[in-house]
Design a protein around this ligand. Structure first.
Ligand SMILES: Cc1ncc(COP(=O)(O)O)c(C=O)c1O
Length: 364
């Protein structure tokens, strides 16, 4: 079987985890948590990192901390993983969905601006760009739109550790931004996330809120409603070992991307995700479009190769189908119907990549 995107635990993971177990430091206090936070923040070019139990809890905490609440609106791309929209919904605010650019598959910024020009009001509070598959939209343009319309920016950078726009790291543009380290991401802690920010007050409050808002380590005095959202030391230990390998993982992901782009070029009606010149993506998960999506998926499955269609567009899901979805041509529907993600794990060998390509070619 050739998996889709699995962890590669080939460094110091076992050594660091063993140390946690031998010393008893397995819970949320422990030096690996701090070290992991520092490593991720440094990589993202931010001053502070606050570890969270998942990317989802990190996004929720960021929303909560920015005071997003019932009656507020947050703008989210219509093609994203469900957690982006859920993080807004957890605060009882309403996500408004913006269609994506048909080439880059990121939020269409002209549609974003158009919607804001016609609908902006004090209740429209924030915009959440999602760096889908590690690609990025024109972040300067997004920040300019957000500034002119008085919106806060929270990047869903969950898939984009190691991606850059004009040399600046994903996760360094918004006020509070979040990375995910679940099992399929470019590096993993099994499950986990890190919020990054340059704002010291945000960093302190995020740490406080994520540890039940406990004021003092000895007494049970809590000064506001908090959350149990901290990452534990034993998982942060895995994260530190994975961060040590991140540069080599990014190189390998880029090699996989280049292999597929070379070998699937001009095959049937296959088309690739467009990456603008000013974006240097981490190439996390290779995904292409073809009208033969269903047939290719079936053929790959028959050959024990794991592939996945893209996420359902948010406006097609039962809990969000009444929400506003701003579009002209509903590209989300087409992208969902045509896109397919194929094996991209860093430990894939050339023979496995060749097999994937051969099975796909035989579908045409
Ligand atoms: C775009 C996007 N947003 C949010 C998340 C949530 O991250 P996690 O699975 O760590 O909760 C993920 C990853 O699963 C994601 O891909």
């Amino acid at each position: 079987m050739i998996p889709l995107s699995i962890p590669h635990l080939s460094g110091n993971e076992l050594k660091y985890v063993t140390e946690c177990i031998e010393t008893g430091w397995v819970s949320s206090a422990g030096s690996y948590v701090t070290k992991f936070e520092e490593m991720v923040a440094k990589w993202a070019g931010c001053k502070y990192g606050i570890a969270a139990s998942s990317g989802t809890s990190g996004l929720h905490l960021a929303m909560h901390m920015l005071g997003i609440e019932h009656g507020d609106i947050v703008l989210v791309p219509n093609i994203t993983f469900i957690a982006s929209a859920n993080a807004v919904a957890y605060t009882n605010a309403t996500p408004v969905f913006i269609d994506i650019d048909p080439e880059t598959w990121q939020m269409d910024l002209d549609l974003l601006e158009e919607w804001l020009d016609e609908n902006n009001s004090p209740s429209v509070k924030a915009v959440m760009p999602v760096h889908v598959l590690g690609n990025m939209c024109d972040m300067e343009k997004l920040l300019d739109i957000a500034y002119r319309h008085g919106l806060r920016v929270i990047e869903d950078s969950t898939e984009a550790l190691g991606s850059y726009y004009k040399g600046k790291s994903a996760g360094s543009f918004g006020e509070m931004n979040v990375f995910s380290f679940n099992g399929n991401k470019i590096i993993t802690t099994g499950g986990g996330g890190v919020i990054v920010t340059n704002d010291e007050a945000h960093a302190k409050r995020a740490k406080h809120l994520s540890t039940q808002s406990k004021v003092d380590p000895e007494t049970y005095f809590h000064d506001e409603i908090g959350f149990n959202y901290r990452l534990v030391n034993v998982l942060a230990a895995i994260g530190v070992a994975q961060m040590e390998q991140l540069p080599s993982f990014i190189l390998k992901k880029k090699e996989i991307d280049a292999f597929y782009r070379t070998n699937l070029k001009d095959v049937g009606d296959i088309r690739f995700q467009k990456v603008e010149d000013n974006v240097d993506p981490n190439c996390w998960l290779f995904t292409f479009q073809s009208s033969q999506q269903v047939e290719i998926l079936k053929a790959l499955k028959e050959n024990e190769i794991i592939a996945r269609p893209f996420w359902y567009p948010m406006n097609q899901l039962p809990m969000f189908k009444e929400n506003i979805y701003h579009h002209h041509s509903d590209y989300s529907r087409r992208i969902h119907a045509n896109c397919l993600s194929i094996p991209s794990s860093v430990n894939l060998g050339e023979s496995e990549l060749t097999k994937v390509v051969e099975v796909i070619k035989n579908c045409f």
